[in-house]
Design a protein around this ligand. Structure first.
Ligand code: CMC
Length: 392
């Protein structure tokens, strides 16, 4: 038979060719279609980055306007979708609601969707990017018992998301442009990250020809775990638990103790063995946002910075090349915006949707595409004969 390599965790297996995202883990470099993430975070904005990821080049002014218009036209969800939420317990984690409701979109776009048609794949991609913020905001509103807010298409993508989360029908709501800019930057920093666990999940699910909305729901499920997208919630909860700077050494000691399962959340990465370039931008953004909001003395931010400083001088973290990752500072910004920790991972899912759908499109357009089907090393019993129950 075929010779195959045994590689649990896929630490050294390439599963596909891709032109979308490049990571140099030793240098701490991240490029979307060749453009450095820090330049995009500073100069571009999320919908332009979505275009870049999907189509491979920066849009002209006309292309951008057309794309923004197309996304904006699809922001509403079918009214029946609103009913899905009421089946969930009031205190359901919004990630649980998102897995279900995004998956439910497949029922709305299934019979009519031919994934062999590139144009239909394209429409599915635009629909996903447009509808996921609406569903994410609905998941939030449901969790706090407020009425859903319909999208306001005169607003830009990030402002519209904040509006759907924080506006209430009884009051006027002005989106704070500082927060909208910070929100947009968080979306951009999370937009894609090559073949991470959730993206590989979407590709694997999609490789069988499954409905793309169902594939994205699979990606959301994978992202939920604390080793992946769930780390942003876990990281802020950890910082809050530490609480004050004097308690940091105790937690550093626990993270180093092999008999203690505790890890520093928001630290370490499979690929980055240097600063995660997204964490650098996120840290600057946290300083900027908290400064502009006049809450720069925030205790959590102080704990985070001091924790980073101590860890980066500690032999354990230095020798294992453990640096802060994207999830370390993002929670501080999201908290300052008014989001509860349970919304952090849904916001990651919203941001990553474009990456998932770009990778799905790339996969289906690849002539070498075939169903993903890993092999195994079998370690179970050798052949044995069945014994009747009375003889056992
Ligand atoms: N705190 C303490 N020790 C750590 C940490 C940490 N955060 N991360 C890794 N280590 C140690 C680990 O114990 C192991 O030590 P040893 O070689 O002595 O057994 C060594 O470093 C290598 O770790 P690993 O688990 O084999 O590495 P991995 O590539 O399988 O895991 C990781 C990568 C991100 C899952 C891991 O670093 C981790 O659990 N970090 C905390 C969770 C987190 O922040 N995740 C977010 C990742 S970035 C964004 C995203 O994907 O969502």
């Amino acid at each position: 038979g075929n010779v195959f390599t045994h590689d649990p965790g896929f630490t050294s297996t390439s599963a596909c060719e891709s032109e979308i995202t490049f990571i140099d883990g030793d240098k701490g470099e991240l490029l979307y279609r060749g453009y450095p993430i820090d330049q995009l975070a500073e100069k571009s904005h999320y919908l332009e980055v979505c275009f870049l990821l999907l189509y491979g080049h920066l849009p002209t002014a006309q292309e951008l306007e057309d794309f923004e218009m197309r996304v904006t036209r699809h922001t509403m969800v079918h009214e029946q979708i609103t009913k899905f939420f009421s089946g969930y317990r009031r205190d359901a984690h919004p990630m649980a609601t998102m897995v279900g409701v995004v998956g439910a979109l497949s029922a709305f776009y299934h019979d009519s969707l031919d994934i062999n048609d590139p144009w239909q794949r394209e429409v599915a991609a635009v629909r996903m990017i447009a509808k996921v913020p609406t569903i994410t905001a609905m998941a939030y509103k449901y969790s706090i018992g407020q009425p859903f807010m319909y999208p306001k298409n005169s607003l830009d993508y990030a402002s519209n998301f904040l509006y759907m989360c924080f506006a209430v029908p009884a009051e006027d709501y002005e989106v704070n442009p500082i927060l909208a800019r910070a929100m947009d930057r968080i979306f951009t920093l999370h937009a894609d990250h090559e073949q991470n666990a959730s993206t590989s999940t979407v590709r694997l699910a999609g490789s069988s020809g499954a409905n793309p909305f169902a594939c994205i729901a699979a990606g959301i499920a994978c992202l939920w775990g604390p080793a992946h997208g769930g780390a942003n919630q876990a990281s802020l909860e950890m910082l809050r638990e530490i609480g004050t700077v004097d308690r940091i050494p105790e937690y550093i000691a626990r993270a180093k103790d092999k008999d203690d399962p505790f890890r520093l959340m928001g630290f370490g990465h499979r690929v980055y063995k240097n600063f995660d370039p997204r964490a650098k931008v996120m840290k600057e953004s946290a300083d900027e946002v908290l400064g502009l909001l006049g809450i720069e003395n925030n205790e959590t931010l102080k704990v985070a910075k001091e924790l980073e400083r101590i860890a980066l001088e500690d032999e354990y973290f230095v020798s294992k090349k453990l640096y802060p990752n994207v999830d370390f500072y993002s929670g501080i910004i999201l908290e300052a915006m008014g989001f509860p920790t349970s919304m952090f991972t849904p916001i990651f899912a919203l941001s990553r949707t474009v990456g998932w759908i770009s990778q799905w499109r790339e996969m289906l357009a690849d002539p070498a595409q075939k169903i993903g089907r890993p092999r195994q090393l079998y370690t179970g019993a050798t052949r044995r004969d069945y014994i009747d129950v009375e003889d056992r």
